[in-house]
Ligand binder design. Sequence first.
Ligand code: ADP
Ligand code: MG
Length: 738
Amino acid sequence: MSATLRFQVVGEAFKKRPIDVPAPSERPSEFFAKYVFTREKMHKYLPLPTYERMMEVIDGEATLDLQTADIVAEGMKRWAMELGATHITHWFQPLTEGTAEKHDGFVEHDGKGGMVEEFNGKQLVQQEPDASSFPSGGIRSTFEARGYSAWDPASPVFVIGDTLMIPTVFISFTGEALDYKAPLKKALHALDRAATDVARLFYPDVKRVHTNLGWEQEYFLIDEGLYAARPDLLMTGRTLMGHDSAKNQQMDDHYFGSIPERVAAFMKDLEIQALELGIPCKTRHNEAAPNQFELAPIFEETNLAVDHNMLLMMLMKKVARKHGFRCLLHEKPFAGVNGSGKHNNWSLSTDTGILLHGPGRLPRTADKDAVNRENLRFITFIVETLLAVHRHNGLIKASIVSATNAHRLGANEAPPAIISSFLGKQLNDVLDHLEQTTDDTISLSSKHELRLDIPQIPELLIDNTDRNRTSPFAFVGNRFEFRAVGAEANCASAMIALNAAVAETLADFRQRVDALTADGMTTMAAVLRLVREDITACRAIRFDGNGYSNEWREEAERRGLDTEASVPLVIDRYLDAASVEMFAKTHVFTRAELEARNEIKWETYTKKVQIEARVFGDLCLNHIIPVATRYQSQLIDNVHKLREIFSDEEAMTLSSDNVQLIRQIAAHTTYITKNVERLVEARKVANRIENIREKAIAYHDTVAPLIEDIRYHVDKLELVVDDELWPLPKYREMLFIR
Ligand code: ADP
Ligand code: MG
């Protein structure tokens, strides 16, 4: 049996697993959030005063006291036990990938020799998971291994299987964040305060500002049997070798194509389970590469959206296995075809409307003052966002880089390694116009007509379809789409940096307005002057051209944008004076936290490349070289046999192609063997470096490039060695689900 067939047989076995997709008669509206302790369920399971108290807590108007927590825990327990729950876990997002949980049973001794189901407020609110094995970047040395997890009431608890899951933050005993959620909540809080202060310049009754996040999760599916036969996929999440298949995505026939039946069954199952957990899934489609797909929900408040994305990634992996697939979230599982990203659609809204929305929605009868105020409000929030992304463009990039995303960024498919913003012609025209009209004498008293000289912002802007796919941070009508985020990443990392940076510029903006109005300027005149100043200040971040071109790289350097592509060096941006100051002002991170987190980032980078190098070296030496050598021997045999039958001269002619091939194989195998030795040596040298940052740099500069270099020769061998012998499933086998 050929290797290929063997892999498929394994795949078939997995396909036969039972698939229990609920009956089609049930509608999403009937099972949505079935396993979530929603406000509605709180109303049902909690006494009214407790329910009312909880509403205040959830809306951030009150803090949770232990007495309330006890009553809430009791109601929760009753609800969860009705769904069959027997355990609880605090669910948190440590600085590794994914989420962590520690399960405890509901049971306690009843004091009479029996057991009783017990769950109280203390257990709900705070726990002390043994945290010593989670990365802390030295904040919490291992002998003082206590960190604690604390409930985030803004994210509702839910039941999975027999477990009541409680979303929590995870912090050290000295108060430093050991997770993503704690700083995210701080960043969102900072943004709320700063944006509310600015929104009030336009609408005095605004109470709070939410940030919204709508992520678009891209992923690959692959037959589980084929996956199991690829040690590189299994251990690193990507193929470290493999030649392009003759056909991949050049026909553009996958994107939005019809979804294969097995995949459709997976998607349906996944969506039902996600909807039951309150994740508002909406869109599914094929993506650009073969076997690549996307799922997007309706956007939500950012903290909840992040939790839901983490939960979805967990579900995807689980449900895929049930359907005989593996779900690949790595940003670049296959070379030569598109990688996977996670566009983060980001917007701001008040309790009264969306702040990044153009004024097109005003009634036609609205007076000119109102229209102008809307225009100016819209432009203020756009410009202050751009200013933040400009001021911290290196940091924003640092928030999305990783060893895995590095393979996607900069390739001719994904946003480049330079952060810039696409606005589209209309909005650019508006900003240019504003910047160029320097008339400061515009009459702005409320008695006079407001003459802001802003051209009417066309309604079309709202449905801006002028999409530039090469831009990492594009304005798309009523939101920015941050496209550089990696498929595998926790969105929180990007959302922390972006929201904190925008909070800083908005807070500054409000202070600057106040300073001008204290000097007697009217509010709108002050806003207009500052917006003009800021349009000029952040001009360099605006770029509507082709982000993939070499000219852009040079141009970006001239503009002073960060063009660094080495992951360990990009991570440095977290410790820039401007970043440290911004995170301190917004109370998101202390310098110590930033330093600790950077250590974890460098270490993670190093480990990832280290594992790749090991797996790659092993595969070369015990999969590729032996097989290539065996095939080479067969060819040599053939040459000898030809000599036995034919005259020397004739045999020479007949065997010349094979002799050529024997030489080719020898050249590749020699190259591979020699350079795998160099790879091992490079690793050893890097491993001796003590400084974590320096070590990551060494891995980036000396180890990672060797893998790519040797890979070229392995892929060439794949083209010539007998298919029957080739020990790994090939791209053409893995990439086309039948
Ligand atoms: P596309 O692929 O064209 O960008 P999708 O429909 O795949 O569009 O995804 C759009 C995403 O943007 C969805 O997650 C959606 O919820 C989100 N979104 C739409 N409006 C907003 C908004 N105002 N704020 C944040 N996210 C939004
Ligand atoms: Mg999109």
